[in-house]
Structure formats: C-alpha cells, structure tokens
Design a binder for this molecule. Sequence first.
Ligand SMILES: Cc1cc2nc3c(=O)[nH]c(=O)nc-3n(C[C@H](O)[C@H](O)[C@H](O)COP(=O)(O)OP(=O)(O)OC[C@H]3O[C@@H](n4cnc5c(N)ncnc54)[C@H](O)[C@@H]3O)c2cc1C
Length: 498
Amino acid sequence: MSESAATSSTQRYDVILIGAGIMSTTLGAILKELQPEWNIALFEKLDGAGKESSDPWNNAGTGHTAYCELNYTPRGSDGSISTAKASGIAEQFHVSRQLWAHWVDDGVLGSPRTFINALPHISFVWGQKNAQYLRDRYEAMRAEPLFAHIEHSEDLTEIGQWAPLLAQGRDPQQQVAASRFQDGTDVDFGAITRQLAGHLDAEGVDFRYQHEVTGLSRGSDGRWEVKVKDTSTGQKVTASARFVFTGAGGGALGLLQSSGIEEIKGIGGFPVSGQFLRCTNPQTAAEHHAKVYGLASVGAPPMSVPHLDTRFVEGRRSLMFGPYAGFSTNFLKSGSYLDLPLSVRPHNLLPMMQVGLDNTSLVTYLMKEVTKSQKKKIAALQDFYPQASGSEWELITAGQRVQVMKKDAKGRGVLQFGTELVSSADGTIAGLLGASPGASTAPSIMFRLLERCFPAQMDAWRPKLEAMVPSYGRLLNEDPALLDEVAATTAKSLQLDS
Ligand SMILES: Cc1cc2nc3c(=O)[nH]c(=O)nc-3n(C[C@H](O)[C@H](O)[C@H](O)COP(=O)(O)OP(=O)(O)OC[C@H]3O[C@@H](n4cnc5c(N)ncnc54)[C@H](O)[C@@H]3O)c2cc1C
C-alpha cells in the first residue's frame, strides 16, 4: 500500500533514495515500473544528478564486459587462466544492455548515442612473459560462448591497423601482443543518471536537490527516520520510509554506520583518488578509436590498470589516458578530509589496521603515484602511445573510490576491490559500498537488491522483470542461442550495430 506524503512535521514515503548517482536513479526507475503507486523521495546533497562518481569525467566510461580488463582473467597457481570472474561481469553487462534497451524502447532513456557508443575493446601488452599470458588468455576466452568472438594478434602492423597510435614510433623489435573485441562500448554514466533523474521527476518522485541526509534512525513504528538538511536554507527536516537505499557513493558507509545495523559492523572504507590525462588536440583524438587496457604495475590496485580510451561525452569525441591513482582521505570528491578519520569505529579499527599492515606495497604504490611528476605521467602514456607529446595533454581529477575493508573468513581485515551490497537482515535498508565493476553493472546490482530486500514481491514482479530483461535469471554463457538473440536485439535498440 502506498504512503501519503502529507503529514505534520515528518514527510512519509514508501521508499527514500539517498544520492542521485547511477545506483539510486536505476533503482528508482526499476521500482517506478514495478510498483508505480509507491511514493518515493530522493535526497541529493549537490545541486544536480550524476555529479560525483557517475559524472563522465569522474570515471573511465568503460562498459565493463571483461573484454579488455586483464585483472578479470588472472593466471591461477596451476598456470591456467581463470575466466570465471570475466564471465560473471560479462553476464552482468548483458543485463545492463537489456535494461537500457528496454528503457530506450519505452522512451525512459533518450537517443542511445547520448549515453552509449560502440567502441572496440583491446588488451595490449609488451614483453615475452606478458605476450605469453595474453596468448593463453585468448585460448581460454575463446572457449566461452560470451567471448568466442575474441581476436588476437602479435603482429605490430596488424595491431597498428586496430589502433594506429599504439604502433607509430614503436621499436619494431619489441615483442607485443593484443586481443580485440569489436563489440565493446563507451558509456556516459552521467548521461544515463541525468536522463533517469528527469524521468523519475516526471513520474512524480519527490526530488530534492541540495538536501543532505545527516543521519538515519529506526522509529518506534519500525520505519526509518531520515534527517535531512536543506543546504541552501539551512532548514532541517525529517522524512520517514519503509525502505531506504543509501546510494550515496562514498557517503554510503557513514550513513549505514549511523543506521546502527549489525551488517555494517567491522566494515571500513579505503579511499583511492585518481587523475586522468585528457588530450587537448582533437586531431590526435580522431586517430584513435578504441579502449586499450594494459597490465597494472606491481603493487597497483586492479582499478589502476592504465588505459588509453576514446570517450564520447556530450556528443564530442575525446581521448583519455589513466588513471593515476592517489591517496586522499575524502570519501567523495565534494567530501571532507575528515571522512576517513570519522569513519573509524571501535568495531572496524582492527580490520582497518590489519589492512594497512598487509598492504604496504599498495600504500607505497599510492604514495609514489601521488608524487609522480607530469614528466613521469607522460612517460607512462608513451608506453602505450610512443609519439605522445606532453604539450597535448591536460591533467583532470577523477572521482573518489572507497574500497571496502572487512574481515575475511579467518577474521582478519582484508581490502576488497569489488562492490559490496550491504542490507539489514529484515531488508528495510540497503546500501552500496565499493566501486568495481561499478556503474556498468548497476542494473544487476539493483536486481540483486530487490531479491534480497523484497523477497515477498518477487513472484508478482517476475513477469515485469522478464519484460525488462528477457534473460532475467538465466546465464547467457550456458545458452548461446539466447546470447546471440539478446546481443542482436540490444545492439539494434542501442544503435550499436550501425
Ligand atoms: C576513477 C574512476 C573510474 C571509474 N571507471 C569506471 C568505468 O570505467 N566503468 C564503470 O562501470 N564504473 C567505473 N567507475 C565506478 C563508477 O563510477 C561508480 O561505481 C558509480 O558511478 C557509483 O555510482 P553511485 O550512484 O553509487 O555513486 P555516485 O555517482 O557517487 O553518486 C552518489 C551521490 O550521492 C550523493 N550523496 C552523498 N552523500 C550524501 C548525503 N549524505 N545526502 C545526500 N546525498 C548524498 C552524492 O552527492 C552523489 O551525487 C569508476 C570510478 C572512478 C572513481
């Protein structure tokens, strides 16, 4: 039953979404379709949607399909290449493609070219050991239906046809190898977020920008009470809901801690900042048409794998290289240096200290990255694009990622690089921590949230879920005919086939 918004001092809702990033707006749009009469509010502390990590210049815009990201296909201790993580990520991206295609067909999202563009995904390495790894990865991947269309080359001339900037000026004696998928994508997650925000606003969601959530508590009636500050007037209001989603990006950890739920105990956040180099010469940008991922340096976190990317933002083609990781104690780009110290609690202090002790190579790496000169940054770019000229590149600051630190099975604090969906046992509150594979998999993460927090509704919702995502609940890697069908129909709706 739907809640009425009008009350005395406390605004009552069925659902409160905190933060207007891709996660909350995706969940809001799914819920509006499943349960149109539910009364939903969204509180965002900034003056618009998609201005933190989901903004196109705060992330790399890779539609993570595990096509080119080498950290998803590690070599195991027995020497074999594992494709398990890669296929899990590719499955999730196919879910995203289906939901976005459905929303394009229904007019929820606008022209696909405003948020998704076809772009080859290439992995590129140099040196004998790395070339052998890439060859073995190619053999392992082509055995999987999801990756059967992989191409591979160790010929510099052919690689130069795939991506000319990689080959121009390169020593012909250097051993190189590349694998390519032609059906990769570049995604403007900020555009998706803003278009979904516009849709939710039109559908009657109570959208409040410049409203910062300052705390959460459980009312005596079991509802969540959310304290909100209007940052433009300083006025404080309270709102309540039966279900709350803290889609606050780097702000989610503090909000979940303030809720006092058991499930957040022992969890800490490790912030990693980032910078990209952006090419200022449109002619150079026009010479490259791919996302080219390499291998991470020793000690580097997996999300700091360097890549040379074509980007499409607001109808303009650009070229970007990075990210260069760094360290800042902020949990949000618009956050405060106090975010990290204020997140320390008696229950997460020990796991956080253990992470610090066990990850000295990561800390050393981040410190080196923070102090890396512009000259060294350009030298890293020249490993990919030998003829890069430093004068054509500007440094931009990317979004903050807050990696999860939590106890492992043995009770010792470990650093995780994935995404962690935290929810209370009764399913009345949930939040998202971590940032990888991130925005690309927002639809799958939100479907998982529904299954966890709304089990009683799932049977009734299933027909609508299957209309949104025809492969819902099935694995495409196990059903090549369905994979072909889904790939073809989504390519058509998302205009990726022309
Ligand atoms: C450098 C970098 C590169 C990345 N590259 C990729 C990539 O190539 N592909 C990919 O799929 N993903 C990538 N990601 C990850 C991706 O950007 C994130 O997973 C995704 O954008 C997170 O979305 P979100 O909605 O959870 O958070 P956000 O987009 O950060 O949104 C959170 C919102 O909550 C608001 N908020 C915070 N606290 C409060 C509060 N107390 N009250 C009200 N509002 C609040 C914030 O202002 C913000 O608008 C990258 C991230 C980074 C940092």
